[in-house]
Design a protein around this ligand. Structure first.
Ligand SMILES: NC(=O)c1ccc[n+]([C@@H]2O[C@H](COP(=O)([O-])OP(=O)(O)OC[C@H]3O[C@@H](n4cnc5c(N)ncnc54)[C@H](O)[C@@H]3O)[C@@H](O)[C@H]2O)c1
Length: 284
């Protein structure tokens, strides 16, 4: 017994969905990835295959890549998920209407005992649950990027989530070799709420001339043993992504999440972090 459901559906095989599929495949599950069209499906298969090959290179996967890929199926629509599916994880782009639509379609396709989960990083899981017939069978499973290397999964408990389901979901996370952190559904969960606040304060310190970017990051990396300082981490996530999350947390949690002007200016100037070669630091 692998400890994860034997049949898992993943809707959206992008950066996160491919990583989530890879994690469940490596744990022994049969995984069906739902993608939007043949080209996107091929790209998703390629992402999963290269992720598995990388895991073999790193020595974290002992099984043959082709054998693992034998358990992967690509589907065109959530309606094709069979009623033997034990868990469906939704990882489509961060739009509430899109997520609600695919979750509803998945719910109609799977059996009444199947569990549905969202990988949203900022939307309200409780609001998404309102689109479903069986909100008690729904919760958030917030994986981190890159999924294979990240140890954390936040298990997000919405208002109507069945408490027994929370314990089962935590067990699945551990069976993936990751650590579960159970949080009540609230803006930013535990991780983004703390991580974004630290990042915003670091940007305000830069604005005020307290120290330069290298010094602010070094203070956290060397003084508090953070693996990456708050500005370098903002560069990695993307300044545009951070700004969008900060705006959402500002609306929902208040003034302490107000985005600093320097963040807005850099986004307007196209300095989005690593992906553009420049953010708070410069990259080759
Ligand atoms: N990237 C991150 O760092 C990160 C971290 C944690 C959570 N998340 C969340 O994970 C989710 C996905 O993010 P991502 O970075 O993987 O995005 P992405 O753009 O890389 O992937 C999204 C995928 O969904 C597919 N898709 C779009 N519409 C679809 C549909 N109707 N049916 C099936 N597939 C469809 C796209 O083709 C694409 O492959 C978002 O909710 C995001 O907020 C992202």
């Amino acid at each position: 017994m692998s400890g994860v459901p034997s049949r898992v559906g993943v809707i959206g095989g992008g950066r996160m969905g491919a990583g989530i599929a890879q994690a469940f495949l490596a744990a022994g599950a049969h995984v069906a990835v739902v993608e939007a069209g043949a080209e996107a499906a091929e790209a998703a298969r390629g992402r999963v295959a290269s992720g598995l090959a990388e895991a073999v290179r790193r020595g974290t996967l002992a099984e043959d890549v082709d054998a693992v890929l034998g358990r992967l199926a690509l589907l065109d629509s959530p309606a094709e998920l069979g009623d033997g599916t034990g868990l469906v994880v939704e990882a489509v782009p961060e739009r509430a209407d899109l997520k609600a639509g695919v979750l509803r379609a998945a719910e109609a396709a799977v059996g009444p005992d199947a569990v549905l989960a969202t990988n949203t990083s900022s939307l309200s899981v409780t609001e998404l649950a309102a689109a479903l017939e069986r909100p008690a069978r729904f919760l958030g499973l917030h994986f981190f990027n890159p999924v294979p290397a990240s140890k954390l999964v936040e298990v997000v408990v919405a208002r109507e989530t069945d408490p027994d389901l929370v314990a089962r979901a935590s067990g699945w996370v551990r069976a993936l070799g990751k650590t579960d952190v159970v949080v009540r559904d609230s803006p930013g969960f535990a991780s983004s709420r703390l991580g974004v606040l630290l990042g915003l304060e670091a940007i305000r310190m830069l604005e005020e001339g307290v120290a330069d970017a290298e010094a602010i990051d070094a203070a956290m990396e060397l003084g508090y043993r953070h693996p990456m300082g708050p500005l370098r981490s903002t560069d990695l996530v993307g300044l545009d992504v951070r700004l969008a999350i900060a705006e959402y947390l500002h609306r929902t949690l208040g003034e302490r999440f107000a985005p600093p002007q320097l963040l807005r200016d850099k986004v307007a100037a196209g300095e989005l972090g690593r992906k553009t070669g420049r953010g708070f630091h410069s990259y080759d």
